[in-house]
Write a protein that binds this ligand. Structure first.
Ligand code: F6P
Length: 499
């Protein structure tokens, strides 16, 4: 075990696979190509895995022009990544732009993302037309094949034995193909978003649906953030594919193999977060926001994603102000939103709806010297950390969310006995629900009432709830998430029949 508390995963090297990689290349003003850390919490979490294997290579997509240039310079092969962390090699896969668009902006998002977060309005959307079929056949499938071939080459270069850890819904077809070519690989897939019940998958034509399930069942272990998602996955295998499942042992039989499902809630690194929250840049934002704030601060921090339920959050705030005129001028709703997936039509339209609704609420309730909702679409993480310190109520009302790391980060940083108002449909609710104020994501009146209850809660109760949430997150930290996965890798790779 090392100082992070994580154990070694045994003798095999690691091949890690995700769409966004550990590094993103850009061109500086002086014309030099510079490497920046890849975006998102997932990258930070996964970077910790590399040090526990006998060598690690991370296979990811070459996303921007400079990524592509870097990949070409290495002729598509893996190269050493320089940095302070454990030794890591990166292989950036250059995708044909049209195939990449079909893979990312038609099938992964929105089609699969919307199915897995129950976002389609089934009376009207989606239409499965030649466009979607073409995007699957000429985008998702070939991109997955290209990734599978890149992974297989890395496994072969490592002598045929390796632990392959796939991430997320972009790569459901990879494991089956790698298994066929590399029988010595142990295949593990972590799915970071919800897994819905079987009927939700009936949106897809049977051929596409079965291809996706057969593909993901090429793994030895399939992991989720919550037990409910693992259970739903098994129910899908039973009902949609007619496979034998064991709902006590959480396994599914596929031919002569048994595939295990597991659940481990992802988390954050409390020390790293608390250190970042102590920086001078954060202190500057704290000073500014403190000057601007009213008596009560309601906060939300999200990617501008439909699954986050941002519109209903503003409608609930509108209802709160209707029901409690005494709050006029005394409360602000600060929404720090990060525009996301701007090459997907639904996301562009969603952001527009957000802007319009914020204007409506502000026009209805605002006065010359009070803007009820502050919408910020280009803040940085320092501002987020400052806002975490200052909120009285944090709103996480997601329609469905695999985990929701904002809920976990915010309770570690808050300095005002802030209350977490948390959707019952988030993975985080399993751990934090009993200390949060519950939000029912579709019930606007309930959300408004819950916000009022949170804003007017007695100080001792607020403090106790916040401390309890923070204690849970400190206990179930990112090191624990890594440790549990490494334990699974050791345990199940010993059992998996391998050539
Ligand atoms: O939660 C799933 C996920 O793919 C994360 O891994 C990622 O941080 C997030 O969604 C953002 O998605 P994208 O890579 O499409 O911006």
């Amino acid at each position: 075990m090392d100082e992070s508390g994580a154990e070694d995963a045994g003798g095999d090297p690691l091949v890690l696979v995700s769409n966004r990689g550990p590094v993103a290349y850009t061109r500086s003003e002086r014309g030099e190509r510079t490497a920046e850390r890849g975006q998102g919490g997932l990258v930070t979490a996964l970077a910790g895995l590399a040090g526990h294997f006998q060598g690690a290579v991370w296979v990811c997509a070459a996303l921007g022009e400079e990524d592509v240039a870097e990949a070409r310079e290495h002729e598509g092969a893996a190269f050493d990544l320089e940095g302070d962390g454990p030794a890591l090699r990166v292989r950036m896969v250059e995708l044909e732009p049209e195939a990449q668009h079909k893979f990312y902006a038609v099938i992964s998002n929105p089609l699969l993302w919307f199915i897995q977060h129950y976002l389609w309005d089934l009376s009207d959307t989606p239409d499965i037309t030649r466009h979607e079929i073409d995007a699957f056949d000429n985008g998702y499938a070939p991109v997955n094949a290209q990734f599978a071939d890149a992974v297989a080459e890395e496994v072969e270069a490592l002598g045929g034995r390796a632990t392959v850890m796939l991430q997320d819904y972009h790569f459901y077809l990879v494991a089956e193909r790698v298994r066929a070519r590399c029988p010595g690989a142990f295949l593990h897939h972590f799915i970071h978003i919800p897994w819905p019940h079987p009927d939700a998958w009936k949106v897809l034509p049977p051929g596409m649906r079965e291809a996706l399930f057969r593909g993901v069942l090429g793994n030895d272990v399939i992991a989720f953030h919550s037990r409910f998602y693992a259970r739903n996955f098994l129910l899908c295998c039973q009902e949609l594919l007619g496979l034998g499942v064991d709902l006590d042992r959480y396994t599914v039989d596929v031919g002569n193999r048994t595939v295990a499902t597991r659940w481990h809630p992802i988390s954050v690194n409390p020390e790293e977060l608390e250190a970042a929250a102590g920086s001078p840049a954060v202190a500057d934002h704290v000073r500014r926001l403190t000057g601007e704030r009213r008596e009560h601060l309601v906060l939300r921090v999200d990617r501008a994603d439909l699954s986050k339920n941002i519109l209903r959050g503003f409608r609930a705030f509108d209802t709160l102000l209707d029901d409690h005129p005494e709050l006029a001028g005394r409360v602000t709703f600060l929404a720090l939103l990060q525009p996301s997936r701007e090459d997907v039509d639904q996301y562009v339209a969603y952001l527009e709806k957000i802007r319009t609704l914020v204007d409506d609420v502000n026009r209805k309730h605002g006065t010359d010297d009070w803007l009820p909702v502050h919408l910020d679409l280009d803040g940085d993480f320092d501002q987020v950390l400052a806002a975490y310190k200052l909120f009285d109520v944090l709103v996480v009302n997601a329609v469905f969310d695999g985990m929701n790391l904002v809920a976990k980060e915010s309770v570690l940083v808050n300095e005002r006995n802030g209350v977490l108002a948390l959707s019952e449909n988030t993975g985080a609710f399993e751990e934090l629900g009993k200390f949060a104020v519950t939000l029912h994501p579709f019930d606007i009146q309930q959300q408004a009432d819950a916000l009022f209850a949170a804003l007017t809660m007695d100080a001792d109760e607020r403090r106790e709830r916040l401390e309890a949430c923070a204690a849970v997150v400190r206990e179930n930290d990112i090191a624990k998430w890594l440790r549990e996965q490494l334990r699974d890798v050791r345990r199940f790779s010993e059992r998996a029949p391998r050539a």
